[in-house]
Design a protein around this ligand. Structure first.
Ligand SMILES: O=C(O)CCC(=O)C(=O)O
Length: 215
């Protein structure tokens, strides 16, 4: 049986039933491990974060929250009707190096390819409609770092109701549980259902193809 916070061993692997779209599917990985390139699976890590780490991420992000935006290919971030809530970015150097090290070990990818933590706060009614985390060809966001390959999503606080993570093309719905994490290909359609009561907090580390300078 896996111990809490033992890195790198998924508790639950949900097999992929189909592919969302062709891009990046057959990309080679040079880091080995689980770095996603194509049709694979959602990995779930139970108790990946300690309660203290969840609290630290929430505290740091709370001081720098802005309204949740989406990235346009040409480099701007804008409000979007499909996304509500608030976001704050937290860097590894804010005391989270250890968490990034564990993510790197868990997925077999060097942390030099990670983006900063994007912490998201969802209040009642807030949601993130199904979307891809990847950028379209030619997007400004592809430099530096190249494409997003994998999305490591950590749950920091569970709402009283609602706020599940959904993968509509796979009929998968994941209940938020503080401390748990999931890892999935960024090119898979996913979203967060509306929070019904309470607050949901999550944090994402996106994994790039190449080294990314701000993490
Ligand atoms: O918080 C969630 O459950 C989903 C987050 C998400 O879709 C994202 O950050 O891209």
């Amino acid at each position: 049986m896996r111990q809490a916070n033992e890195p790198g061993r998924p508790l639950l692997a949900l097999p992929s039933k189909r592919r969302d779209r062709p891009a990046y599917e057959d990309q080679e990985t040079d880091g080995g491990g689980l770095m996603y390139a194509g049709d694979t699976e959602i990995l779930r890590f139970e108790a990946f974060l300690t309660p203290a780490e969840c609290a630290l991420l929430i505290k740091l992000a709370s001081a720098r929250l802005t309204s949740a935006t989406v990235a346009l290919p040409e480099g701007k971030r804008v409000d979007h009707p499909g996304r509500s809530g608030a976001i704050g970015f937290v860097m590894d150097q804010d005391g989270l190096e250890n968490v990034s090290d564990r993510i790197a070990e868990a997925i077999g990818v060097p942390k030099e390819r990670f983006e900063a933590f994007q912490v998201v706060k969802y209040g009642p009614g807030d949601q993130y409609e199904p979307h891809y985390d990847t950028f379209p060809d030619g997007s400004t966001w592809l430099k530096p770092g190249g494409q997003r390959i994998g999305s490591f999503l950590m749950y920091l606080q569970a709402p009283a109701a609602g706020g599940t993570t959904i993968f509509p093309l796979r009929s998968v719905e994941i209940t938020t549980r503080a401390g748990d994490a999931i890892y999935f290909p960024s090119a898979w359609l996913h979203g967060s259902t509306p929070v019904v009561a309470g607050e949901k907090w999550s944090a994402t580390k996106w994994v790039r193809e190449e080294a990314f300078p701000w993490h």
